[in-house]
Design a protein around this ligand. Structure first.
Ligand code: NZQ
Ligand code: ZN
Length: 386
């Protein structure tokens, strides 16, 4: 168990009927509110009405910044920053999935400085005193509702970069599982895959050989992500399934699992971000295509860790350490296939001859994320395994 500091300041309101609290929770930070949302799902499922009713009742003056696209782009962030400055917005309210919340975080940071927000993503500037943020989550996946990270694509450089800063935690996030009823099966699956990847990356990159508390917590989250996803696929309006998946995805990347693990990394995300930057694939779909390739390479370094994974998650106990390790990787890949998440570059219609281009793109992020062992050659090897 390594030393750690765990400080997550985000207040969570969880459950049925919590959305009407967003008004008071937001105007506590100011009445000039920038409302950030996507391309329309919240208007179709009634969440927009609930949120605006609550904000107006609480005395907010709403400035709208709609049109956030999945895998959010820098140009739209910059438009939001210009709007927030011009309208002297005092607080930002993000209503959507990880793309909406991430774009809102970038606007919070950029709205109070006079240099390009992309400088935060390349490590050239650090966040000063960002606008406060509240959120209403409508898709269980990224964990952005309770963490300080965000990921934005620079369309010009074709780079999808992410960074975190503790001043960018949302003040309050409202998690009403009923808001996710309208998430289609495919994006429900991609969200579960994203949550599983967030846990797996820490589970397999920690250098500490004795982390029983974190292991059991992470194993439980992985099992819950799979079981709740299976439940929701059986019935998209299954409240229990939606609630379990939502809270699992939030806990998968809010700092709790990493506490005590020491240095951990995001190697699968490093590669996936290039797939989303270059081909605009849904984040979770990109992850399920690269996970097995990355696991097969990583397993060579720590087969016993992978054998523990196979036993604890899939109850696979027979065979040598290496055999159990491979069986665990195969079992996870079979689950991805069962829920129809792509498990290869071919399934994403990405040709093998693009592998050098993808690796070259990923290496630029590896240098910003200080992951020197992820050079072009290693990334190409992983991609060849996908
Ligand atoms: O734009 P709308 O119309 O809302 O449609 C969205 C979008 O097309 C739709 N959707 C969202 N809620 C819905 C809904 N459709 C019906 N009913 C609802 N209730 O779903 C589509 C995908 O939404 P998006 O926000 O893109 O998905 P997700 O939540 O998976 O976010 C993906 C983004 O999160 C980033 C990814 O890189 C990607 O850009 N991540 C953020 C992280 C963080 N902040 O810590 C970590 C993650 O690893 C991830 O990288
Ligand atoms: Zn992710």
């Amino acid at each position: 168990m390594q030393n750690f500091v765990f400080h997550n300041p985000t207040k969570i309101l969880f459950g049925k009927g919590t959305i009407p609290a967003i008004g008071p929770e937001t105007v506590a930070f100011g009445t000039r509110v920038l409302l950030v949302y996507g391309s329309g799902s919240i208007k179709r499922n009634g969440v927009y009405q609930q949120v605006t009713d609550s904000l107006l009742k609480a005395g907010a003056e709403i400035v709208e910044h709609p049109g956030v696209q999945s895998n959010p782009v820098l140009s739209h962030v910059q438009e939001g920053i210009t709007l927030a400055k011009k309208q002297k917005c005092q607080v930002i309210c993000a209503v959507g999935g990880g793309s909406v919340i991430d774009e809102a975080k970038a606007i919070c940071a950029g709205a109070v400085v006079n240099y390009d927000v992309w400088k935060f993503f390349t490590g050239k500037k650090s966040v000063t005193c960002p606008l406060p943020l509240t959120t209403v989550l409508t898709l269980a996946a990224s964990g952005s509702e309770m963490n300080s990270g965000m990921v934005i694509t620079n369309e010009e450089t074709r780079q999808k970069f992410g960074f975190a800063n503790k001043k960018l935690y949302p003040k309050t996030s409202i998690l009403d599982p009923e808001a996710t009823y309208t998430v289609p099966a495919d994006y429900t699956v991609y969200g579960a895959v994203d949550a599983i990847a967030h846990v797996l990356e820490f589970y397999f990159t920690t250098q500490d050989p004795a982390t029983p508390v974190q292991d059991r917590l992470m194993e439980g989250l992985i099992i819950n992500a799979m079981e709740s996803c299976d439940r929701v696929l059986a019935d998209l309006y299954d409240y229990q399934g939606r609630a379990d998946l939502m809270w699992t995805a939030t806990l998968a990347l809010n700092g709790l699992t990493a506490a005590g693990l020491g240095k951990v990394g995001f190697p699968m995300h490093l590669i996936e971000h290039s797939l989303s930057a270059l081909y605009n694939v849904p984040h979770g779909a990109g992850l399920s295509a690269v996970i097995s390739g990355w696991m097969r390479l990583q397993c060579q370094a720590t087969p016993q860790r992978f054998a523990q994974f196979a036993e604890r998650i899939f109850d696979l106990r027979s065979g040598s350490t290496e055999e159990r390790a491979q069986k665990g990787i195969d079992a996870l890949k079979q689950w991805f296939e069962k829920v129809r998440s792509p498990t290869s570059l071919a399934a994403l219609k990405i040709p093998a001859q693009d592998i050098p281009k993808i690796a070259e793109n990923a290496v630029t992020l590896a240098s910003v994320w200080r992951m020197p062992d992820y050079d072009c050659e290693r990334i190409q090897t992983i991609l060849a395994g996908c």
